[in-house]
Design a protein around this ligand. Structure first.
Ligand code: DQA
Length: 147
């Protein structure tokens, strides 16, 4: 079965209680459980990781090469700041789908720019937890995994 890494970045461990008016009441565990279950439906073996540390995320992206077929990435605030994460993605040449729960383009101007977008297959933003499901569908199709 094709393996997919679902990688969540800083502060996403607080989902459910963090600014619920922006990010909803769904917890990270809910999101991860949904990803594993939906992945199974699509023939994907989903492995989830969350870190508040940029270096840990970079190590996880490096380790994904040869282990996972693709990555669903919500880099949180590092989306807008991290050239290092962008370089890591470009280095491993794995398909990455960028996900944001909120519509970053409808929020503060500093959230409009993504360092990830130019090296991602595409970006899904504004659909809450459903965005992860959509990202898995994109990767399943991209990798030719029968669903
Ligand atoms: C986020 C959007 C980012 O701007 C923010 O820093 C986050 C979460 C989202 O999922 O909507 O931490 O990536």
């Amino acid at each position: 079965m094709t393996s997919i890494l679902v990688l969540n970045g800083p502060n996403l461990n607080l989902l459910g209680t963090r600014q619920p008016e922006v990010y909803g009441r769904t917890t990270l565990k809910d999101v991860e459980d949904m990803c594993v279950a939906r992945g199974k439906d699509m023939g994907l073996d989903v492995v989830c990781l969350q870190s508040n540390h940029e270096g840990v995320m970079i190590d996880a992206i490096h380790a994904a090469k040869g282990t996972h077929g693709g990555i669903v990435l919500n880099a949180g605030a590092y989306t807008h700041t991290s050239v290092a994460l962008r370089d890591a993605i470009a280095s491993v040449e794995l398909p990455v789908v960028e996900v944001h729960l909120s519509n970053i383009h409808a929020r503060e101007p500093f959230r409009h720019h993504s360092h990830i977008a130019p090296v991602a297959l595409g970006q899904i933003a504004g659909f809450g937890a459903q965005g992860y499901d959509l990202a898995l569908q994109v990767l399943a199709e991209h990798l030719g995994t029968p669903s």
